[in-house]
Design a protein around this ligand. Structure first.
Ligand SMILES: *Cc1c(COP(=O)(O)O)cnc(C)c1O
Ligand SMILES: [Zn+2]
Length: 438
């Protein structure tokens, strides 16, 4: 039985061939999802096989995505795989962040350890493999940064041309620099993310370019591995909660699908609850969850947040995200710019660090603790989506008290750590270092 594409809309459920170049259902416009029959191996055999592959030197086995290839059997030829050894990211204990959140214990799954520094690599290895299978020479995406960095890297590794569309003036330099260094053709468009996405869909169709935006169902398949790897690392004990930031809502869709499949395939006996955290100025999904009518999402016209990776007003994957949050009895919350900035400094103070969007998780957990949605003794895994070095400018401004929210309101450096200028004088420096820190 081959893999297929299936329309996510319950009333439609149209099926399409796995190698059809589609981003939405031609019949109803719904989102598409990849579907498979259950794996041939039983749960214990799968768990053993995946664990054994950790000692293998074969490229596919060394990838934290393809090691679990029985969960993503959409290719007919493994030679189409492009891997940079993505995934393989650690679970990190963070006692200090746990105290900050009001939890007994907190563990971060840090996707910033990926080859291009974000979880986009988990998905992009699959999206790039599908592009290779389809014989595509050019791939494109619109991106607030990390998708373009990741796509540029995988396209370069595979010998495809990458075309990156970026909202003019709204991207961190770390991410833009990556796209340039990996050789992507980079076009900065004077429009916001949602407008550019509409533009690029027209261009992809017209020029036969393969689109690797998060609407691409194969990227979602790759991002499932974040949950599979997390469960493998926990010897298949599911946590009570998995918490992550939400922008376009592809990642929450991937996590939900992964956990549903793991449950159906009897790899786990309990579904963790999924919590999504949005930035206050870009929180259409939060608004949807609060509203009585969940049949359509009302886009935020001018999304604003310094956490640029989640600065999305009209998230494409919201129907999937809604399903996954409800199905897991999950939660959605939002965090202010100040809350995100302070949470980020706390994650840094654990010796861990992350980019601003990732820190929304800790800010959100703290709020869900205060409202008692998450219990003090809950077993919580928070996913840090991107690397600290993605946005050093934000960090410097925070610690030196120069960071401002998009509306101009200053962000207080609650946990600021200013560099100090000192004279070239051993006595003076010794005196300074003997004094108690301010
Ligand atoms: C893409 C991204 C997000 C948002 O993920 P979605 O799947 O769009 O919800 C969050 N954090 C980082 C660092 C990202 O790169
Ligand atoms: Zn449909």
């Amino acid at each position: 039985m081959p893999a297929e594409l299936i329309c996510f809309e319950r009333f439609c459920r149209a099926r399409y061939s796995i190698d059809a170049v589609l981003y939405n259902c031609p019949r109803c416009g719904g989102l598409l999802e990849v579907t498979y029959p259950p794996p041939a191996l039983d749960p214990d055999q799968l768990k053993r096989l995946w664990r054994e592959r950790r000692t293998s030197n074969a490229p596919l086995d060394q990838s934290g995505v393809w090691r679990f290839r029985e969960c993503i059997p959409f290719l007919d030829d493994e030679r189409h795989v492009v891997t940079l050894r993505e995934g393989n990211t650690p679970l990190l204990e963070a006692p200090r962040a746990a105290i900050y959140a009001g939890l007994d214990r907190l563990v971060f799954k840090h996707q910033g350890f990926n080859p291009t520094g974000s979880f986009k690599d988990n998905g992009m290895t699959c999206g790039a493999a599908q592009a290779m299978r389809l014989g595509k020479k050019r791939v494109a995406c619109v991106s607030t940064g990390n998708t373009s960095a990741s796509m540029a890297a995988y396209a370069a590794a595979a010998g495809m041309q990458a075309i990156v569309f970026i909202p003019h003036g709204n991207i961190s330099y770390g991410k833009l620099a990556q796209a340039l260094e990996y050789g992507a053709r980079t076009l900065q468009v004077e429009a916001n993310f949602d407008q550019i996405l509409a533009l690029v869909r027209v261009l992809a169709e017209r020029l036969g370019i393969y689109l690797l935006n998060s609407i691409n169902p194969f990227r979602i398949e790759g991002q499932k591995s974040i949950m599979v790897e997390m469960l493998d690392q926990r010897d298949w004990t599911p946590p009570d909660w998995v918490v992550l930031p939400g922008g376009n809502l592809g990642n929450i869709s991937a996590f939900g699908k992964a956990l549903r499949e793991m449950y159906e395939w009897k790899l786990i006996r309990k579904m963790p609850r999924l919590a999504v955290v949005q930035a206050e100025g870009s929180a259409p999904f939060y608004a949807l969850m609060r509203s009585m009518d969940k049949s359509s999402l009302k886009p935020v016209e001018k999304p604003e947040t310094l956490a640029t990776a989640i600065r999305i007003g009209d998230p494409v994957s919201w129907p999937k995200a809604l399903h996954e949050v409800l199905n897991s009895r999950g939660a959605v919350t939002k965090a202010s710019e100040q809350e995100i900035a302070d949470a980020k400094a706390q994650i840094g103070a654990c010796g861990i660090g992350c980019e601003p969007a990732s820190a929304a998780t800790l800010a959100g957990i703290r709020k869900l603790r205060m409202s008692n949605v998450i219990a003090e003794n809950a077993d919580v895994v928070a996913v840090l989506t991107g690397n600290l070095l993605k946005d050093p400018d934000y960090i410097y401004r925070y610690h030196t008290g120069q960071l401002q929210a998009p509306n101009g309101v200053p962000i207080h450096p609650t946990y600021g750590n200013q560099p100090t200028v000192v004279p070239n004088d051993a006595d003076k420096i010794a005196e300074l270092l003997s004094a108690r820190p301010a």
